[in-house]
Design a protein around this ligand. Structure first.
Ligand code: HEC
Length: 148
């Protein structure tokens, strides 16, 4: 009887350890997936800003909607147990200054919503999109590991 109880306790502990590890790697994979989507959505707009592609309002609105929705979701994808593993480029600074980090996601969402209303053509794209992308840089400068 004693043996059975001990086995149960041990397997429960193992199950908790496994599900914690799963939650951690799932959060890392999910946030990388959303951020990769940010990169993919930005590419056509970057080409427009450089004058390499014609203005495409649908692609611009799609990028802004992707940022606004993603920023809200990303705030919940940096739990304390996801500081390492999964080939993450997240820096410890995120957990040292969570309020500042999450504040940039809030600003990205707000700026994206404002830009979606303001951008109607190429001129308004050029006038308004840079402010949105400034949030990507502001966060990456402080909170993402530089590529070596
Ligand atoms: C508030 C912080 C923050 C903001 C804002 C932000 N990022 Fe990031 N980004 C990160 C962090 C942290 C990582 C690394 C995530 C990881 O590896 O776990 C990252 C990773 C990425 C990646 C690599 C994803 C991969 O394949 O692993 C891309 C691409 C990216 N960001 C694009 C963008 C773009 C474009 C914007 C703006 C529209 C943006 N990010 C805004 C923090 C941010």
């Amino acid at each position: 009887m004693k043996f059975v109880v001990r086995t149960l306790v041990i397997s429960a502990a193992a199950a908790i350890a496994i599900s914690t590890a799963y939650a951690q790697s799932a959060a890392i994979a999910k946030r990388k997936d959303i951020l990769k989507g940010f990169g993919d959505a930005t590419k056509p707009v970057a080409a427009m800003l450089k004058g390499e592609a014609a203005y495409d309002g649908a692609a611009v609105q799609k990028a802004l909607a992707t940022y606004a929705a993603g920023a809200k979701e990303l705030k919940g994808l940096f739990p304390d147990d996801s500081k390492t593993g999964g080939d993450t480029a997240a820096l410890p600074a995120i957990w040292a200054d969570k309020a500042k980090f999450e504040g940039i996601f809030d600003k990205l969402a707000a700026d994206s919503t404002a830009a979606a209303a303001a951008i109607k053509d190429e001129a308004s794209l050029k006038a308004n999109f840079g402010k949105v992308l400034g949030n990507c840089k502001a966060c990456h400068d402080d909170f993402r590991a530089k590529k070596s």
